[in-house]
Design a protein around this ligand. Sequence first.
Ligand code: PMP
Length: 415
Amino acid sequence: MKSSDLFARAKTLMPGGVSSPVRAIKPYPFYVERAAGSHLTTVDGADLIDCCLGYGPLILGHAHPVVREAIERQLEKGWLYGTPSPLEIDLAEIITGDHPGIDMVRFVSSGSEATMAAIRLARGYTGKQDIIKVEGGFHGAHDAVLVKAGSGATTLGVPDSAGVVADLVAHTRQVPYNDPEALEKLLSGNDDVAAFILEPIMGNVGPVLPDDGYLADVREITAAHDVLLILDEVITGYRVGIGGAEVLYGVKPDIATFGKIIGGGLPIGAFGGRRDIMELVAPSGPVYQAGTFSGNPASLAAGSAALRYLHDHPEIYRRLDDATRAIEEVAVDAHQGSFVRIGSVFKHFFRGSAPRNYREVKECDTEAFSRFWKAMLDAGIFLPPAQFETNFLSAAHTQVDIEQIADAYRSCLFA
Ligand code: PMP
């Protein structure tokens, strides 16, 4: 059955026909039959180079043999125990070993769960109620972080979704990214802030990169006000290098959240941090957190295999950086927009200069992006279907793939 027919059926069964909103590409999304390495094969017979990669987890590409073997080995031993397993110790040791700021971790099943628990933990630890997030920062789909951007730092948060109780997000304040003064000002007038949560690199409207010194300023300001710093490394963790943004920028969080890559492509999340903070999590402390699928053996096995592989092949990060540089070299010659990249993360913004915060991101010409996106798809390159989603590369992208992507940029940007 063709994608158009499948979508017609799906729309009668699932809201918008999809399991997550961004997938509802107009007029209908393509359905995938199989994926291997850097390529997707659709049910319509198209072969696409994938620069979406499951929205980030697949840094080794689809169905990487080492990860697949780890999953297969685990499946033979069962995939849900409801008891502790040695696998979680293994992955916890890798993650704590790679992150100087992380003494202990708790595994959950998604990035959303991780940030929800991290925020609760920060409130439980500090006894304070408010949190601050960055305008346009994304931390998953739970109530406390679904706050309309642009509602301003000094006003109360306004829900960004029907069904979110206004009283709940009234405790969520926002500041623009790359604006340490706004953070300082907000904290100077509010002593009820438990935590500042931010993506060290804005990944869900970007990449929007931190100005030099921004993250160090954020660390200093939060510490001076006794506010916990939660680094949301769901995208950046193992994506910008081993140790994520914490190591890349040398900024030590009090709590960090993870997801995506640490599960090797299977569902996972984790939050971790300083020992005295993490000891407050149940059952060792009073901050409740639990999950049937937490510490899922298949995800842990896949995650450990992926992270070990990255440890054993550190050259992957350099190769991926070279690859996005090669695409950049083509894109910078375009007469429109600005190209932003860091390591294997890249994006062409349809705006004169690279955006530094959400308000600048919103100035992008989304119609020009849509035309570009469609042209890229016609050229066989699948980019995430929104101006405000990050493109990724994987270790499975070959030199030929990179040249094809660069050629497509050349023809689609200059069209
Ligand atoms: N935090 C960040 C920075 C993310 O990018 C995402 C997902 N895109 C989440 C949290 C939520 O993760 P999940 O989709 O696994 O719930």
